[in-house]
Design a protein around this ligand. Sequence first.
Ligand SMILES: O=C(O)c1cc(C(=O)O)c2c(n1)C(=O)C(=O)c1cc(C(=O)O)[nH]c1-2
Length: 229
Amino acid sequence: MAALTGTDGFVAALRAQSRRYHDQHPFHVRMNGGRLSRRQIQGWVANRFYYQESIPLKDAAILSNCPDREVRRRWVRRILDHDGAPGGRGGIDAWLHLAEAVGLTREEVLDERHVVPGVRFAVDAYVTFARTRPWTEAVASSLTELFAPDLMAQRLAAFERCYPWIDPGGLGYFRARLEQAPRDSEHALQVVTEHCRSADEQARAVAALSFKCDVLWSILDAIDHAYAD
Ligand SMILES: O=C(O)c1cc(C(=O)O)c2c(n1)C(=O)C(=O)c1cc(C(=O)O)[nH]c1-2
């Protein structure tokens, strides 16, 4: 096959980062294989809440650094998807519903008592990246969502099949992301292909996505370690 060049080569290099995505982390492999204990699922849900509540801070940082009005008016939707529009409910509420469905109280999730240091460091590194790096790199770092829908679909099936003690009414978060993630990642891909033109800009975008794969992997390393059998 001829070598890919230009935008095609750039998109292929971004997609190739899927090999480093956290769907292949041993903790997720055990989760989707139905091999996690109740305590481990609860630990994952409580720790991942810290990621969920930090995503709008990350997206607000991208907005604050982005001079392009067209990008901002679409990107702002991500914040409402998580925080909820006034009077409505968003992804953070849905995650709290998931927490209750796995037997946690809202209080113990909201007060972050279960969040382990490695998860906090990894998530904070993602927010700091968005605050301090050029906005196009921060957009590129969100592109792990290109790889998320398959993992979400597997997770939904695994939760329903392998963990009958989880109230299926609490799985709405994942159903919503099945629609939101492709929409968001398609937009992010359009933005980076339009704005990252030089070889150097494209290499930085791929490096940003690689960094994000490390963030997600580190989150699971920390959870796996904290909740080992
Ligand atoms: O459960 C997952 O495996 C997973 C992965 C990712 C991702 O790949 O970054 C996100 C989410 N979930 C998610 O729920 C979410 O809202 C989200 C936002 C972002 C982002 O970087 O802007 N990634 C993700």
